[in-house]
Design a protein around this ligand. Structure first.
Ligand SMILES: *Cc1c(COP(=O)(O)O)cnc(C)c1O
Length: 334
């Protein structure tokens, strides 16, 4: 199977860049959902703890249970609330309030314009009443920005709505909770000192999907994908490689098969327009379930070391490329 190298130094470098903006490590909730964006859940939890982070964000309670030893507090974005002294649960709708276990810690998500999850501004009071009535422990109120990584002023419109949310919550008589709305792109664009915590995902892994026009931090990719040689052969001019024989050797070539395929989460579509690896080797012919062919005889090849650039070749974003990488691929820390 292919393998992944995790560059710890780069991860720490990225986290330091953001702690400079937040002023403290406690103000960062490291987002570890979806196998830590493909980097490996437990591994990244452990490195985050080593760096000194105390808070994490995941999608499911299952994920939270696996990383509990590493954090003081974990926010779960997409599961029903249960009682757990280390975990708080985002309430994505009024129904979520009814489904929550009595005594569980919750964070109310408010829809400030993304229209994906959260209660509407007009529903906040009702939500807070229901939370009290159901005897849930409200620890936070949050929202999510839909366009922080785009060249538009929508971010400011949503931030203004969130200020309104804070007023409504405070007027209800609630204090001692924390408000949060920053993802990576927001943290890159705005000063972080007024936020009590930022939910830091892609930036920690080394990427900014912001248009170049924005000044950004110096971020370094953490993950690189590698494959090992399985077999080498010489192709004669005119011989074809792989399923369908879509690649025809234009000359005599020394090629090798490497142990990466779509079964590992590497996209088969990358053979439609030959993907070019980090070492400038185009994939020859179709990607199989477990193999690709390259004109090389190296024992190991680097498929990509920059998910943003690789994603552009594949018509997708760094997030998708990395989260697809199979969880069983071995992750090695450098
Ligand atoms: C995934 C997610 C984040 C992190 O977003 P990045 O763009 O990776 O920083 C923050 N908040 C919520 C609610 C999310 O779902």
């Amino acid at each position: 199977m292919a393998f992944i190298k995790i560059n710890k130094e780069n991860f720490f470098h990225n986290l330091s860049q953001f702690t400079k903006k937040t002023g403290s490590k406690e103000a960062i909730g490291i987002v570890l959902k979806d196998n830590a964006y493909g980097h490996g859940l437990e591994l990244m939890a452990q490195l985050s703890q080593e760096f000194g982070l105390t808070q994490a964000v995941v999608r499911t309670y299952q994920e939270a249970k696996r990383i509990k030893p590493y954090f003081q507090k974990i926010l779960i974005l997409g599961d029903y609330a249960v009682q757990d002294e280390a975990c708080s649960f985002a309430l994505n709708s009024l129904e979520d309030i009814d489904k929550a276990e009595q005594g569980s810690m919750v964070e109310l998500k408010v829809d400030t314009g993304m229209h994906r999850n959260g209660v509407a501004l007009e529903q906040i009071r009702e939500a807070l009443e229901r939370i009290e009535h159901r005897e849930l422990i409200l620890v936070g109120v949050m929202t999510h920005n839909r366009s922080a990584d785009e060249l538009s002023s929508e971010l400011f419109w949503q931030q203004k709505n969130f200020e309104e949310v804070k007023k409504i919550v405070k007027n209800f008589g609630i204090s001692n909770i924390y408000f949060h709305s920053f993802n990576s792109a927001t943290a890159l664009r705005l000063p972080c000192n007024k936020e009590e915590t930022i939910r830091l995902g892609i930036g920690a892994y080394g990427y900014s999907e912001l248009p170049n026009i924005y000044e950004t931090l110096d971020l370094k990719p953490v993950l690189s994908l590698w494959a090992k040689k399985i077999a080498t052969r010489t192709l004669k001019k005119g011989q074809r490689v792989g399923y369908g024989g879509t690649y025809v050797a234009p000359k005599e070539m020394l090629i090798s098969t490497y142990d990466l395929g779509y079964g590992d989460g590497w996209m088969r579509s990358s053979s439609l327009e030959a993907f070019v690896t980090a070492e400038n080797l185009p994939i020859l012919g179709r990607v199989s379930m477990d193999y690709v062919s390259l004109e090389s005889s190296q024992d190991e090849v680097c498929i990509f070391d920059n998910a943003l650039k690789a994603g552009k070749q594949l018509n997708t974003i760094s997030y998708e490329l990395m989260t697809q990488l199979h969880k069983d691929i071995e992750r090695i820390v450098l």
